[in-house]
Design a protein around this ligand. Structure first.
Ligand SMILES: NC(=O)c1ccc[n+]([C@@H]2O[C@H](COP(=O)([O-])OP(=O)(O)OC[C@H]3O[C@@H](n4cnc5c(N)ncnc54)[C@H](O)[C@@H]3O)[C@@H](O)[C@H]2O)c1
Length: 387
């Protein structure tokens, strides 16, 4: 399925997506309104490719072929022969809509138009087009060349044929695709919220400090990074904004309510690794707190965060956001969870998970701890998510 691919926006995501498409053998047109972004994308691609050559992952000739496949452009006419154009510009609905309207005038009738948006509705972007049935969400994770997961998001207007074509194409790029409903946060950015939110809550209540929570989630929970380390890695500005966007998009469902702790970090400019200071201090020689490696406390922390994550996954399944297998795949391949959450629930016992949530709800009387009705049904009928 070799075709020309268009990418709009040469920033973090667009340059990565262009690389993935070029490595899959496509001629790529990379568009940006900012020449500096295009120059930066070129320089960074050259560096990445050279590193792959040094590591023996490809020959210099192959690397040069990939680089030569990516063509820069500053008008949409270059997209006239593209089979797919993926937009990865600034996260702003009005600007994205304008891009799609202009784009549609230049592409062929059967070109699929995709958005890499993390938080906007695909339906609202599609509504700006004359042929909304060709618009689909294709949500890569950062860094696009390394992260295997891609969420494919049909809008209510998207035709089955175009959804299938998009999915098949992205699969041919050696990515793992999951299909998700066009709802806030799709799968990953919705289901993962408690990983951050509940960890912050545990910290705010003084149950444990950040280092201890991170230690517990890694050593006992088996997660690759602790929540605070991960927030520092993602950037507290980005992570806070995703949380706030999801919370607002869910009509202020208190389950997703952002925290003051993270908001203050953002306001203080303690954004994480990129500013040298976040929850932790990254300055050379800085002293960071040591975890209190108390097994009992650690297990309680992991259990509380885990059951909150399982609750989100169960609720997403209950509302048909995606299949159980795709929800589990999304969390293991999109954010490297050690196990799919629904499979984890089966292993821990759904009744135990439910009891844990009900205990929290009883203690707090907060909506955030309400258990998904699907967990209640499964527990009542002694069913599992996987037979
Ligand atoms: N950064 C992430 O971790 C991540 C992950 C998944 C999805 N996304 C989504 O991908 C999109 C891009 O995010 P990013 O992090 O790559 O942003 P970025 O700021 O790194 O890059 C955006 C690029 O778009 C260009 N641009 C802005 N307006 C434009 C226009 N009208 N026409 C053409 N180019 C324009 C900018 O010059 C810039 O180079 C957003 O929708 C974001 O929500 C981001």
């Amino acid at each position: 399925m070799k075709m020309e691919i268009g990418v709009i926006g040469a920033g973090t995501m667009g340059s990565g997506i262009a690389q993935v498409a070029a490595q899959s053998g496509h001629k790529v047109w990379l568009f940006d309104t900012n020449q500096a972004a295009l120059d930066k994308a070129s320089a960074s691609l050259y560096k990445i490719m050279s590193r792959l050559v040094e590591k023996g992952k490809m020959s210099r000739e192959e690397a040069d072929t990939v680089i030569a496949r990516i063509n820069h452009c500053t008008d949409y006419q270059s997209f006239s022969k593209c089979g797919l154009v993926i937009e990865a510009i600034i996260e702003n609905l009005e600007i994205k809509k304008k891009v799609f309207i202009a784009l549609e005038n230049e592409v062929s009738d059967n070109c699929i138009l995709a958005s890499n948006t993390s938080s906007l509705s695909i339906a609202s972007i599609a509504a700006s087009c004359n042929k909304p049935e060709r618009v689909v969400g294709i949500h890569f994770f950062n860094p696009a060349p390394l992260m295997p997961l891609v969420e494919v998001v049909p809008a209510v207007q998207t035709s089955k044929e175009n959804l299938d074509r998009a999915k098949e194409l992205i699969n041919s790029w050696k990515k793992i695709t999951v299909v998700t409903k066009d709802t806030p946060g799709f799968i990953v950015n919705r289901v993962a919220r408690p990983f951050y939110g509940e960890a912050i809550r545990i910290y705010e209540e003084g149950i444990a400090d950040m280092a201890t929570i991170d230690w517990a989630m890694k050593e006992i929970g088996g997660f690759r990074m602790g929540p605070f380390e991960l927030m520092d890695y993602i950037g507290n500005d980005i992570n806070y904004t995703v949380t706030e966007t999801v919370w607002i998009a869910f009509y202020y469902d208190t389950r997703y309510k952002p925290s003051f702790t993270q908001k203050r970090m953002m306001e203080a400019g303690y954004l994480g690794r990129k500013t040298g200071r976040g929850y932790y201090n990254y300055a050379e020689g800085a002293q960071n707190p040591e975890p209190d490696k108390n097994q009992v406390v650690g297990e309680a922390i992991v259990w509380r965060i885990l059951i909150m994550l399982i609750n989100e996954a169960a609720d997403a399944l209950h509302l048909n956001i995606a299949s159980a297998a795709d929800i589990d795949l999304a969390m293991t391949k999109g954010v490297n969870y050690p196990k799919g959450l629904l499979r984890w629930a089966d292993e821990k016992g759904i009744q135990n998970v439910l009891d844990g949530l009900d205990k929290l709800y009883l203690a707090y009387h907060e909506e955030r701890y309400r258990a998904s009705v699907l967990l209640r049904q499964k527990a009542a009928f002694e069913q599992k998510f996987y037979s």
